[in-house]
Design a protein around this ligand. Structure first.
Ligand code: KIV
Ligand code: ZN
Length: 510
């Protein structure tokens, strides 16, 4: 069996897509989960793109061990220096530099002749190599490039010291049979290619990102670049969970395997969805809520007789627990701690205490606390940060013949402040009252609500996306009361704006 490497770019290509804006702590949380998932490479960001990107790469490089940590850089000295500055404390750093190779990009975007592009690529790889032992070169828009030019430039960067060459389908244009042929052609015609790793990076504009990546694996690719939940520019990147489970389920076909701990897939997907505020479609392969539910009578009958009639992989193999309901109000700290360990969480004693405190409050309101509830509490409590604004009191009056009105009391920098407002609905009234206290102009872009589990006493999880000064901030709130969850979610987003304003020393808050 060949070992295919999984290069995760959720924190770079995923994070750079529209409407996603993770802070450093959130990036670290995702990186820790990617390490648990056992990916081979974490592309932690594009260090030169912003101070936040730099800080994210640096924090991940410093903390995450046992996995290669990478930063993207254009093929210019300043970018490569910045990438190295952020990466240099990593246990196993990788500089990823890229330059476009298609005629259309070279002519219109770079305004450079092909010879000049080769020269720049070689110089960039040589410089990166002088700093870092592992260097990846990407031929941007490779799938619309001339195949012989690709062989030439890739051969030259290999000579210059690249250890990985990447073949991106930047605009999601190629189809699987053609991509398979391209990978074979490159392997046969690129000087020195047998000494380096061949990577592929597929976008999903035609919905073929995963199929193209798998065709490349069948034709000799050593590494696949992908993202959790298929996040990424435009229609996204190839979805990590789909590639990994296709290779695992059809291993005899691919004669390949990955190192991924597949039981961590659902948890990774939920964490990324929560922190980015991007909900998943229900029928999303592998990680969608319906991916393992069987509704049709004939299917259910078959499943009862033998699960293999309609199940090609088990829910357990991707981390969906069959024995969901486990704990109740009589469960002690020890039982909660044990269940968290069984679920794969590696929390400190303080984090367990925090989660247990929330568990007791929830168990008081809810008879049975499921694994999903517990995981939602961990995401909400352990991954939360110290807040400047906290909800102290909330009263809402609403109905079909009353004007919705909310009274809110917030703790703002330790002081209690109260306000009231009317609105088009109860949530609108709450948000207007909060705005009066905090006095900041934001636009509510998205509001989503979902039940963490089924049942009348289910926890409600609200996710909001607000925009301030062109930047998007995601907030989450968790409560058995959806009105309270809505207020907490909004405050969570406003707290993030306050934190980022503080970092930039901006006077937007009074
Ligand atoms: O899609 C692309 O071409 C990229 C490269 C920078 C690898 O993301
Ligand atoms: Zn990309």
């Amino acid at each position: 069996m060949k070992m295919v490497k999984i290069f995760d770019t959720t924190l770079r290509d995923g994070e750079q897509s529209a409407g996603i804006n993770l802070n450093v702590e959130e990036k670290l949380q995702i990186a820790r989960q990617l390490a648990r998932l056992n990916v081979d490479v974490i592309e932690a960001g594009f260090a030169i793109a912003s101070p936040g990107d730099f800080a994210g790469v640096q924090a991940i490089a410093r903390e995450i061990k046992g996995v290669t940590v990478c930063s993207l850089s254009r093929a210019v000295k300043a970018d490569i220096e910045r990438a190295w500055e952020a990466l240099k404390e990593a246990e196993d750093p990788l500089i990823h530099t890229f330059l476009a190779t298609s005629d259309i990009h070279m002519k219109y975007k770079l305004n450079k002749e092909p010879d000049k592009v080769v020269e720049m690529a070689v110089a960039a790889v040589k410089y990166a190599k002088s700093l870092c032992p592992k260097v990846e070169f990407s031929a941007e828009d490779a799938t619309r490039s001339d195949w012989n030019f690709l062989c030439r430039i890739l051969g030259e960067v290999i000579k210059a010291g690249a250890t990985v060459i990447n073949v991106p389908d930047t605009v999601g244009y190629i189809i699987p049979s053609e991509f398979g042929r391209l990978i074979s052609y490159l392997k046969e015609n690129t000087p020195g290619i047998d000494k380096v790793q061949v990577s592929v990076h597929c976008h999903n504009d035609l919905g073929l990102g995963v199929a193209n990546s798998l065709a490349a694996v069948e034709n000799g690719a050593d590494q696949v670049e992908c993202t959790i939940n298929g996040l990424g520019e435009r229609a996204g990147n190839a979805a990590l969970e789909e590639i990994v489970m296709a290779i695992k389920t059809r291993a005899e076909n691919f004669q390949a395997e990955t190192r991924i701990h597949t039981e961590q897939l659902i948890r990774s997907s939920r964490l990324v969805s929560t922190l980015t505020g991007k909900p998943l479609q229900h029928n999303k392969a592998i990680v969608g809520t319906n991916a393992f539910s069987h509704e049709a009578g004939i299917h259910q009958d078959g499943m009862l007789k033998n699960r293999m009639t309609y199940e090609i992989m088990t829910p357990e193999s991707v981390g969906l627990s069959q024995s969901e309901i486990v704990l109740g109000k009589h469960s002690g700290r020890h039982a909660v701690k044990n269940r968290l360990i069984e679920l794969g969480y590696n929390l400190t004693e303080t984090e367990i205490d925090q989660t247990y405190q929330r568990f007791i409050e929830l168990a008081d309101k809810k008879k049975e606390v499921s694994d999903s509830d517990l995981e939602a509490l961990v995401r909400d409590e352990v991954y939360a940060m110290e807040d400047r604004f906290a909800l102290d009191y909330l009263h809402v009056s609403t109905g079909n013949s009353t004007i919705p009105t909310a009274t809110i009391r917030l703790k703002k920098d330790g002081e209690l402040i109260q306000e009231a407002s009317c609105g088009d609905g109860p949530i609108d009234a709450i948000y207007k009252a909060i705005d009066r206290i905090i006095q900041i102009k934001v636009k509510l872009d998205e509001y989503n609500i979902k039940a963490v589990t089924s049942g009348e006493d289910a926890l409600g999880e609200v996710t909001v996306k607000v925009r301030e000064n062109g930047n998007a901030y995601v907030g989450r709130g968790l409560s058995t009361d959806i009105i309270e969850a809505s207020a907490i979610a909004y405050l969570h987003a406003l707290n993030k704006i306050s934190r980022s304003a503080k970092q930039k020393a901006s006077p937007i808050f009074t």
